[in-house]
Design a protein around this ligand. Structure first.
Ligand code: FES
Ligand code: FE2
Length: 456
């Protein structure tokens, strides 16, 4: 008999070879498990994570599930935000049916009342002098709000980092508009979409027509670079007599700072319009919350493709919808087959992607680097080392982010090889310049645009 059982453990190697392929689809367990006590779950728990919008906390409690834990969030009568274990410490009734109080929340079943730090304030059915309020603590996590988002720290209580405020949240020339959406799959495959610039050329432009503008139809040259807080990358495309350079950033463990997708119409150095700051927050191993904000220039008129999004965001925050280039599964199955979007790509990789069945290539450099960085963070935590992107002391200014679009007038080189080498050289130089703050200085008007000199 050909093959035998060992053949089943190999990948197909020839025509009609599915029989010989691995039947078992396995994820990278280190990266995909996020529940309490898992290595990646513990790593995520060392960082502040956004879990909902401030406006979601109204008269009624809000049930949440984050990192595999069921929680309830609310704003009490003092205006303080509480994030508590969902199940009452008495006999487990869900506090989503509780009553918000001046201080904390009261369980509907027997009236126990919990403050936002988990203190039992009242156990009204118990006799006078009951030891319960002094003895029992309900599970609680510290929460805080920033720019309309509610953040929670789910790590050890004696080890709370400073709250990081990024410059993207503080732009005065932009409207910061909130967004959130859900994907029924593991967090990693959703996150990796943003470390994968090659898909803009195929998914969004070439394969099913123009979701993005034609300039994205060119497969870009790309460079990736590790930074103290994560990684940045640049893509470089030829657009007529211009080079179009687009830098995006990933901040560990799960933040992306993405530059706009509107190609500039003339030479522009350090253009920060249309950016997004997004967190990919695991709900559990098989569900993911994307939450964050876009920062759209106040005076930017967006026509055509982006008009839908523009209308939504200017209405004051939005849940990413079907018109937003396929970020959800709201459209019909047939429509999604005829014009799939990002959501279809990451959700259809499987509830949890099978990493043992992948064949990574040149365009996956960002994926490889990102997985390496997350694994390094997990190892750093296990060894008690400082974690990248975690703040132990308060910064005296918002933290810099580096996403931008830059368009430079550069004549084509005289051969494909020379053109590619030139693009990579410009890409590296622009990444270095962005990262070292040289372009920021120009953007602020400290230097004239147009005379930026690239190193040979
Ligand atoms: S179950 Fe909540 S007070 Fe009894
Ligand atoms: Fe995309």
């Amino acid at each position: 008999m050909e093959g035998g059982t060992n053949a089943r453990a190999r990948a197909p190697r020839g025509p009609y070879g599915a029989y010989h392929g691995q039947r078992e689809r396995k994820p990278d367990e280190t990266l995909v498990r996020v529940g309490p006590g898992t290595p990646c779950g513990e790593y995520f728990r060392r960082f502040w994570q956004p879990v909902c919008w401030s406006s979601h906390l109204g008269e009624l409690p809000k049930r949440l599930r984050i990192l595999g834990e069921d929680l309830v969030a609310f704003r009490d009568g003092r205006g303080k935000v509480g994030v508590l274990d969902l199940h009452c410490s008495h006999r487990g009734t869900s506090l989503e049916f509780g009553k918000i109080q001046e201080c904390g929340i009261r369980c509907c079943y027997h009236g126990w009342q919990f403050d936002i730090d988990g203190r039992v304030l009242d156990a009204p059915g118990e006799p006078e002098g009951t030891p319960i309020p002094g003895r029992v603590w309900h599970g609680a996590y510290p929460a805080r709000e920033w720019r309309g988002l509610v953040f929670v720290y789910m790590g050890p209580p004696g080890d709370v980092p400073e709250f990081p405020v990024y410059d993207a949240l503080e732009r005065e020339d932009a409207d910061c508009v909130l967004r959130h959406w859900h994907s029924p799959c593991n967090w990693l495959q959703m996150r990796e979409n943003e470390m994968d610039p090659a898909h803009l050329t195929f998914l969004h432009t070439r394969v099913f027509g123009m979701q993005f503008t034609p300039v994205y139809g060119e497969l870009s040259s790309m460079e990736f670079k590790e930074t103290p807080n994560g990684m940045i990358y640049v893509t470089v495309r030829r657009w007529k007599e211009y080079l179009y350079l687009r830098v995006s950033e990933m901040i560990l463990p799960n933040i992306s700072r993405i530059s706009g997708i509107e190609d500039a119409e003339s030479e522009t150095v350090f253009d920060r319009r249309g950016g997004a700051l997004n967190w990919t927050v695991p709900i559990d191993d098989t569900n993911t919350l994307s939450i964050g904000m876009g920062d759209i220039d106040k005076n930017l008129a967006i026509d055509g493709l982006d008009a839908y999004r523009d209308r939504q965001v200017r209405a004051g925050g939005y849940t990413v919808g079907a018109g937003d280039v396929g970020q959800t599964g709201e459209t019909s199955y047939e429509q999604r087959q005829r014009a799939p979007g990002d959501w279809d790509t990451w959700v259809s990789q499987g509830t949890i992607a099978a990493h043992n069945r992948e064949n990574l290539g040149y365009t996956d450099q960002g994926i490889v680097l990102y997985r390496k960085l997350v694994k390094s963070g997990i190892a750093d935590l296990a060894k008690g080392r400082a974690l990248k992107a975690r703040l132990d002391t308060a910064p005296n200014a918002p933290l810099e982010t580096y996403a931008n679009n830059t368009v430079l007038r550069v004549p084509s080189a005289n051969s494909p090889a020379a053109e590619e080498a030139m693009k990579l050289r410009f890409g590296r130089e622009i990444m270095d310049a962005v990262f070292e703050g040289r372009l920021r200085k120009r953007h602020l008007g400290a230097e004239r645009p147009g005379d930026f000199v690239f190193k040979p």
